[in-house]
Design a binder for this molecule. Sequence first.
Ligand code: AMP
Length: 298
Amino acid sequence: MEVIKTISEMQKISLGLKASGKRIACVPTMGYLHEGHASLIRRGKEIADEVITTIFVNPTQFAPNEDFEKYPRNFERDCEIAQSNGCSYVFHPDILDMYPIGFSTEINISKITKSFEGLSRPTHFTGVATVVAKLFNATLPDIAIFGQKDYQQSLVVKQLSKDLNFPIQIIIAPTFREADGLAMSSRNVYLSREERAKAAILFHSLEAARKVIMSGERSRKMVNGVIHSTLRSIPEIKIDYACSAIADTLEEPDEFLAGERIVLLLAVYLGRTRLIDNAIVPVPRMLDTASDRFIEGI
Ligand code: AMP
């Protein structure tokens, strides 16, 4: 595995791989890799010849009061994880190569960025869309793999790719979870032992909402109420949002319809750590078709 530090070298390598008929998968990350990231790299290796993992903590997707400075980093360990899961190249650019003095372009995506994560973090998705476009142009992949863990981000990336005609297949892979259901995240390292034990409530609240949908609940308010009341069983949790919406559009109707796919979305603070999670639930057409599982991967 090779570590590539500059955009120009990365482009040269990718063009060479393409010229020799190789298919490239790109897995964009901010590093501090865990099994969730590793699962995306392995998926890339299954469906492409070469996997490029990008490791770049992107300052423009953090607001000034957020954790850019203290975001966990361990580049050496990241390289070991990337390599052992089949990655061929780690692209690890400097901030000044990505954002040289005079950098002036921003990509704004409307509609789907206006609610949920976009309301709480108003500059976040502009930072994400801009850096993803730059990473696509640096790595020139045929396929790019993202995690469902960041559900709204996955919609943003699909919209970006479609609207700006990137010739890249976007794959959204399932959320990789700890044994108790907590979605793996680089930020889980911020949790104290006590907080970590309580964090499984996020997944339990999604499960509780799934169960009421499967047993016939269609009212968005009632579904949201179930997520809220489950989360409130842990007093240390402060809810930022805990909502349900139509999965493809993020619209919030009063009532969901049979056959629709609902996304359950939540963001909470547990102590000082902000955690997000989500799940997709199909609204059963008839109760006897109700599934006992979330839809995994989108
Ligand atoms: P991050 O490094 O947190 O920006 O994440 C990089 C990519 O990994 C994004 O596409 C995330 O959605 C994805 N990802 C993060 N955590 C998980 C997880 N637990 N399971 C699957 N994908 C994940």
